[in-house]
Ligand binder design. Sequence first.
Ligand SMILES: Cc1ncc(COP(=O)(O)O)c(C=O)c1O
Length: 395
Amino acid sequence: MTISRKIAGFLSQASWIRKMFEEGERLRAIYGADKVYDFTLGNPDVEPPASFKEELRRLAANPIPGMHRYMSNAGYEETRRAVAEVLAEETGLPFRARHVIMTVGAGGGLNVVLKTLLDQGDEVIVLAPYFVEYRFYVDNHGGIIKEVTTGPDFQPDLAALEKAITPRTKAVIINSPNNPTGVVYGAGCLGELGRLLDKKGEELGTTIYLISDEPYAKIVYDGLKVPSVFQFTRNSIVVTSHSKDLALPGERIGYVAVHPDINEGDLLLEGLVFSNRILGFVNAPALMQRLVTGLQREKVDIAAYQEKRDLLYNHLVSLGFEVVKPQGAFYLFPRSPLPDDVEFTRVAQKYNILVVPGSGFGLPGYFRVSYCINKQIILNSFPAWAQLARELGLS
Ligand SMILES: Cc1ncc(COP(=O)(O)O)c(C=O)c1O
């Protein structure tokens, strides 16, 4: 065998993702792209805000000498200061540039944090359903993932979470607004979670870090605002990116922000900067850092996402699907009408509807519908959803 047994094993476990992708391509070749309703990807179809394009043009017309060189592994001071300013304003906490490290997206940021925190065999709790990459990211750094299934309406089940904590628990990863459910955790829930982690950390003589992965924090509906985890425990680390809020996933730009009063903050910050270097990221993309510096208060058109959520949510509910109404991100996570969610996705494919089984997110019995796609495709898909519901005896 040429590649490691571990990667070969991961590849075979994840082979259904490749098969789904291939099936989408096959159907598009037969029926045409507008007749295949592909709800599988989290790749925004919207363009970045006009202000991003203006900045890009301005920078291209007035290049700064040295702008393509290496910089500090933490990123440009000016960019980190701009991020810290907004964080300080939002939380009332004394954030400075030193508390922010620019990263290669949230994915890069999560790897930097886990690399810095984990010893071999340390445990990281995730709340199922969850973004499947967490499993690989934790493994990358010798950690062990512990899944705790969420409670009603996909909110954290704190009693179950408490039971899962052991002396080896190093961190809990949360993701709100959530991929795949779209739910947002409120201040009440985050307050209880923060208190629980602080209490258990004290009891066990350890620090349990709350890692909040929040690339969808600005994609919320109905006038909602996502409460900042920094308000609820000082041992909190935010990892985020501009992949979704500025629609720049291919540009790989994000950051890690650390609570100003976190335990052993100086050492942690030094470790994070070092990990950014030795993971081979070296630094976040230079050009993107410059561009997002002035865009910390910008975001894509949320109303367009909300319209798509409403269209699809209302349609699925009217057909008899059971769905928790999402308040953010761009996913629905309905209950699978068939006990076997993988089987359900196969039936849906007969109607050219492509969705991802909940098993892929650690929660079988559901399926994920991603609606960051063209509105017309969503509208075109309505009769197919109705036929699917009819076949399954829903409506
Ligand atoms: C929950 C969650 N975390 C992290 C990421 C990674 O985002 P990035 O593109 O910033 O690496 C994604 C991407 O879809 C995501 O859904």
